[in-house]
Design a protein around this ligand. Structure first.
Ligand code: GLU
Length: 503
C-alpha cells in the first residue's frame, strides 16, 4: 500500500522568513493538498545559540497570510507532537546511544578550546576520517578512560563515524540518481554537549517519528543528505525512508549565487514574506506583505520560481496550483529572482481582483497614511477606477489619494504658461453644468459642447481640468474622476485651482 502523504515544513526560528522558505512551505502544502495528505509545521529549534524570540509566531503568521495553515503544528497540535524539537529533547539521546552501541557513532571529548586550537593549527580542519585518530574521543582513548570521563560527567559530543570508501546513493525525485563519496563527508556532531541533538539527528528522528513520506527542502541541504541517509540505515529504518525532493535554489537577479537578504537590501526589494523586526537591534526589514503584495500574487510568483505546468500559463490560483502541481515539472536549475516580474504578478492579481476583495487591504493602506476614505461603496468605486494603475497595494495611495484629499499642490508648470482669462471663463461656465446625476459620458459631452462654443479645442482644456481635480498629470479618465468626486467637490476644486492658476 502507498504510504499516506505526510510532509513537513521545518524552519528554524532564527529570524525573518526568506521567500525561499515560503516556497518550500508552498511546495509541501501543494503536494499535501493534492494527495489529501497532511501538512505539518515542525519548529527546528535545537540550536539555542541561533534561537530568536518571536520568530516562531512570525513564521506562523506568514503561513497564515499565504493561506497555508498547517494541519499539525505547535499551535494546532496533532497526534505526532510535540512539534517543537526543543520539547522532544528526551527522545533523541536513545538514538545517539544506539548508534554508539552499534559502532556508528562515538563520544568526542574535545573541548571547544581544543577544537579552536586545532582549527588554528590545521587550515580547513574538519573532524573526520583523516583527523579523528588525533583527537580525544572514544575511538582513540582507552575504554577505561572513556568510562571514567562519562562517569565524571565530562561534557561530550556524539559524532557520526563516517565510513571509509563508501558511495551513498539515493534517488531524488527532481535530480534522479545522486551519490556521495563518504570520504568527503566529515563526522558531524549528532548530539551536543548541552544534550540537544543537532539538526542531523533531530531531522531523521523526527521525520521517522512523524511518519513523513516526502521531504521537500532546499537544495542547500543536499550535501547533508548522505548523513541523513546513513542515519536512516544505521538506526534500522531504511525501509521507512521518505522520498527526497531537493528544491532548486532561488538565485540573485544576475544568477550569481543564492538570493540573500543582503541582496534585497542592496537592490531595494524585500526578501522576507512579512515585516520582521530584529528583537535585539530593533532593525525593521520590510516584507512583501507590507510593501503591498497580495498573498495570492506572492504565492503565485513563488510557485513559478522553479516550477511551471508545461504551458505558457503564468497566473494560477492556489486551487489551480493544488490541481496542477507536479514534482516532475520542478526544474533542477536554480530560479533567478526578478523583482520586476514579481511586481508584474502582483499587478495582474490587483487588476483581476474585484473591488470588494481589494477593499480591506486598500482601506488599511490608506489608513496607515492617515487618509480617511469614507464609505465602502465610494472606496470601491475608486478602487475600480485606479486598480489597473497599481502594481502594489501601496500604490493606491499615490494613485488615488486625491479622491479623499484636495490636492495640496498643482503641477503649475503644466498649466500656467497657457492659462488665460478665457479659460477661466470657460471653467466658471462649466462648473454650472456639473451635476451629480450626470454620467462621465454626459459630463464629457457638455464639456466638449461648451468648449466649442467658447472657441476652444477640448484638448486645450482637458489637462487644466485634470490638474484642478488631481493636482498632477495622472489618473483615469477625468470625467470619471469628476463623477467619483461628486459635483460639489469638483466645483470647489475648480474654484480653488483657478485661484492658484491665476496668481
Ligand atoms: N531546519 C532546516 C531549515 O531551517 C530544515 C531543513 C529540512 O527541511 O530538512 O531549513
Amino acid at each position: 500500500m502507498e504510504k499516506k502523504v505526510r510532509v513537513r515544513f521545518a524552519p528554524s526560528p532564527t529570524g525573518g522568513l526568506h521567500l525561499g522558505g515560503v516556497r518550500t512551505a508552498l511546495f509541501n502544502y501543494l503536494f499535501a493538498r493534492q494527495h489529501n495528505g497532511t501538512f505539518i509545521l515542525r519548529v527546528e529549534d535545537t540550536d539555542q545559540t541561533r534561537f530568536v524570540a518571536g520568530a516562531e509566531e512570525y513564521i506562523v503568521s506568514c503561513l497564515e497570510w499565504c493561506g497555508m495553515m498547517p494541519d499539525e503544528s505547535p499551535q494546532n497540535g496533532g497526534s505526532f507532537g510535540p512539534y517543537r524539537q526543543s520539547e522532544r529533547k528526551a527522545t533523541y539521546k536513545q538514538y545517539a546511544d544506539q548508534l554508539i552501541a552499534d559502532g556508528y557513532a562515538y563520544y568526542a571529548f574535545d573541548t571547544p578550546e581544543e577544537l579552536e586550537a586545532k582549527r588554528k593549527e590545521v587550515p580547513n580542519f574538519t573532524y573526520g576520517q583523516a583527523t579523528r585518530a588525533g583527537m580525544r574521543n572514544s575511538l582513540t582513548l582507552p575504554e577505561s578512560e572513556v568510562a571514567a570521563l562519562l562517569a565524571s560527567q565530562t561534557p561530550y559530543a556524539v559524532r557520526i563515524k563516517m565510513p571509509a570508501d563508501e558511495l551513498v546513493s539515493f534517488t531524488d525525485l527532481i535530480r534522479g540518481h545522486v551519490s556521495f563519496d563518504t570520504n568527503l563527508v566529515d563526522d558531524k556532531v549528532l548530539l551536543k554537549a548541552d544534550g540537544m541533538p543537532t539538526y542531523h539527528l533531530a531531522v531523521v528522528a523526527d521525520d521517522r517519528a512523524m511518519e513523513i513520506s516526502h521531504i521537500f527542502r532546499g537544495e542547500e541541504w543536499l550535501p547533508s543528505a548522505p548523513i541523513h541517509i546513513l542515519l536512516w540505515r544505521y538506526l534500522g529504518w531504511a525501509d521507512e525512508m521518505p522520498q527526497w525532493i531537493h528544491l532548486p535554489l532561488i538565485l540573485k537577479p544576475d544568477g550569481n549565487g543564492k538570493l540573500s537578504k543582503r541582496d534585497g537590501d542592496r537592490l531595494g526589494f524585500p526578501v522576507y514574506a512579512q515585516n520582521w523586526t530584529d528583537p535585539k537591534t530593533g532593525d525593521l526589514t520590510q516584507g512583501f506583505k507590507e510593501l503591498g503584495f497580495m498573498p495570492e500574487a506572492f504565492v503565485n510568483l513563488l510557485a513559478m520560481l522553479g516550477w511551471n505546468d508545461g504551458t505558457d500559463q503564468e497566473l494560477f490560483t492556489m486551487t489551480e496550483l493544488i490541481n496542477k502541481f507536479s514534482v516532475e515539472r520542478i526544474s533542477k536549475a536554480g530560479a533567478k529572482f526578478d523583482f520586476e516580474k514579481a511586481k508584474w504578478y502582483n499587478h495582474e492579481w490587483i487588476k483581476g481582483a474585484d473591488a470588494g476583495t481589494l477593499l480591506p487591504a486598500v482601506k488599511a493602506v490608506f489608513a496607515r497614511q492617515g487618509i480617511t476614505t469614507g464609505d465602502d461603496a465610494g472606496l470601491e468605486k475608486v478602487i475600480d477606477l485606479i486598480k489597473d494603475r497599481c502594481s502594489l497595494l501601496t500604490d493606491f495611495v499615490q494613485q488615488g489619494g486625491y479622491f479623499f484629499n484636495v490636492p495640496a499642490a498643482y503641477d503649475l508648470d503644466a498649466v500656467k504658461p497657457k492659462w488665460t482669462a478665457e479659460k477661466a471663463t470657460f471653467f466658471k461656465a462649466y462648473s454650472e453644468l456639473i451635476s451629480d446625476a450626470a454620467s462621465p459620458a454626459e459630463l464629457e459631452e457638455k464639456f466638449k459642447d461648451l468648449a466649442a462654443s467658447h472657441g476652444f479645442k477640448p484638448g486645450e482644456l482637458m489637462l487644466p481640468f485634470r490638474i484642478m481635480l488631481v493636482g498632477g498629470k495622472f489618473g483615469p479618465g477625468v470625467f470619471e474622476i469628476a463623477i467619483a468626486l461628486g459635483a460639489l467637490e469638483s466645483i470647489q476644486r475648480i474654484d480653488k485651482a483657478m485661484v492658484a492658476f491665476g496668481e
